[in-house]
Every structure is written in C-alpha cells, then in structure tokens.
Design a protein around this ligand. Structure first.
Ligand code: SF4
Length: 294
C-alpha cells in the first residue's frame, strides 16, 4: 500500500479534550487506515473502539456475525456457479438447488464456531431456516432480473454477474472498504451491500454507503449512479442519494475519526453506556473488561 501521502491535518482538534500546539498539529498523521466498521464502532462507543482497534483485545463473533459471513459467502459463490448445460426450463430449480447447497456447505463450515459460542441445536435450526428464507428471498429478486433479460441461461447469468468483494483503499483519506457488489443495471452502476440485520433503516448505513461512493469516485473518477442495501431479512432494497454532498459527508466523518483517534491514551476514549453494553441475549465483547475499567 502506498501511504506516501501522509496528510497533516491543520484544522482544530475537536472532542479530544486537549489542544495540540502548532508543531504537533503539523506532525499529525492518521493513526490508522479507517473503515466504515471502525468509524461506526467509534461513533457508537469510543471506549469500544479503544479496546478493539488500539488495544486489539480479542473478540468473539456473535451468531449474527457468523450468519452474516455465511450469507455473504453464499451470495458471492452463487455467481461462480457453473451453469453449463442449464436450460431455461430447469433454470429456476437449478438456481434454487445451487443456493441451497451453497448454504448447507457454508453453514457446515461455520458450525464449529457456532458450537464454540454455545449455540444450542434448536437455536441453530431456527437461524438456519431464517437464513434459508433470506437467500431464497434474494433469489426471487435475482429471478425478476433474470426473466427480464433475453438470451441463453449462460449469457444472461454472465451478464447479471456483478463485480464482488472489491477492496478499495484511499491514500488521500486513509480509509478503506470492501464493497459487496458492484452491479450494472443497463447504463446504471450500483454499489450495493448485503445486510442480514433485523432492521431495514438505510439511514443507519448512510456513512458506509457514503464512504463506498467516495472510494468508487476516487478510483473511477465518477459517482456510482446508486448506492444501497439489500436488506435480506425484510426482502427490501433501499438506496441513499448519491451526490457530492454525500461525498462531503464521508470526508467530514473520516477527518473527524482521524482527529479523534490520534491519541492512544484510554482517557480520550470515553465509555458510552447504552443498550449495546448488555442486552437480554448477549453483551458487548468487552463488557467484562469495561465494567472493571475506569
Ligand atoms: S461495555 Fe458499553 S461502554 Fe463498555 S466498551 Fe462496550 S459498549 Fe462501550
């Protein structure tokens, strides 16, 4: 990675509780390459960011995170399916079987980690059925696009196959992101992310989509036409408006996180006590450390 451009921030430092002198400001360079995930963690709880990204304390994935990884792998591998010999008559069944087989295979791979988490069989079964419904819902949307196209199964499948899991890094802004899919809908380019969460509020993901749009813009010198989320549980697709205001929003948030995470001292990362600390079925990864900490 080329980080030759080390950006020195000359704006006043905010939310740090201290002011650097001019010399310190001139020497400031971001402490790390940020991501939508690290920025979101900081915004939810600066102390959690400290434990996770500065102290690098180990964290266990939750069943929800494991399920998210399984679904991402299934939808990624789906587009690598060998469709030779598939005809229009058996295409629907073929794709249903393909997605189901992929889910079973990915689920089996994730099972040891689920068992480590102590997920009981009844809960695992419930999660599996819910996940199967998610990928089948997504497949229905794929079929809508598929049936609107003309040509052989192979040609259409090839045409609808998006770019996947693309890693972008901005040397200028010290931020990176992995974009789930970049799709072409006619002349329209869409930057899309899959979510398996219970809620489908696209505004919660505005920052992530803004950063993806910024990364896309920097690399391709044009804005994506649309940026949105496939909410797989609700089977809805939602978008944010993509314009230069969105990019400015991303730039402001990125600059703020670099400013706020310059120090490695814990005192600059206050706890934000909220329902995310402990809830009925789980707790923050760092709860046990955090409750004993000042
Ligand atoms: S337990 Fe709460 S306050 Fe502590 S790090 Fe986690 S979210 Fe933040």
């Amino acid at each position: 990675m080329n980080f030759a451009v080390q950006k020195a921030f000359n704006t006043p430092l905010i939310n740090l509780g201290w002011m650097a002198d001019e010399k310190e400001v001139a020497l400031l360079v971001p402490s790390r390459v940020q991501s939508p995930s690290s920025i979101t963690t900081y915004k939810k709880c600066p102390r959690k960011y400290f434990y996770s990204y500065i102290e690098e304390l180990p964290s266990k994935p939750s069943i929800h995170q494991l399920r998210g990884s399984v679904v991402h792998a299934v939808l990624d591998k789906f587009f690598a399916t060998n469709v030779q010999g598939v005809s229009q008559d058996n295409a629907v069944n073929f794709f249903r079987n393909a997605v189901q087989d992929l889910l079973v295979s990915e689920w089996k791979s994730a099972q040891p980690k689920m068992h480590e988490l102590g997920v009981v069989e009844a809960d695992e079964m419930r999660f599996f059925e819910e996940t199967l419904l998610m990928v089948f819902n997504w497949l229905e949307g794929f079929f809508v696009r598929f049936s609107a196209e003309s040509g052989s199964v192979q040609d259409v499948f090839h045409r609808l196959t998006p770019l996947r899991e693309l890693s972008y890094v901005s040397d200028e802004h010290w931020v990176r992101g992995i974009i789930d899919v970049i799709e072409q809908h006619g002349a329209e380019t869409r930057v899309m992310d899959y979510k398996t969460s219970n809620h489908s509020n696209v505004d919660e993901y505005k920052l992530q989509l803004a950063i993806y749009s910024l990364l896309f813009f920097e690399k391709h010198k044009k804005l994506p036409d649309r940026a949105g989320i496939y909410f797989l549980k609700d089977n809805t697709t939602k978008f944010v408006s993509v314009d230069h205001e969105l990019l400015d929003f991303a730039k402001r948030e990125i600059e703020l996180i670099h400013q706020n995470t310059f120090s490695k001292e814990k005192k600059f990362y206050p706890k934000h006590i909220s329902s995310l600390c402990k809830w009925s079925t789980g707790q923050c990864d760092f709860y046990d450390v955090c409750v004993k900490d000042v």
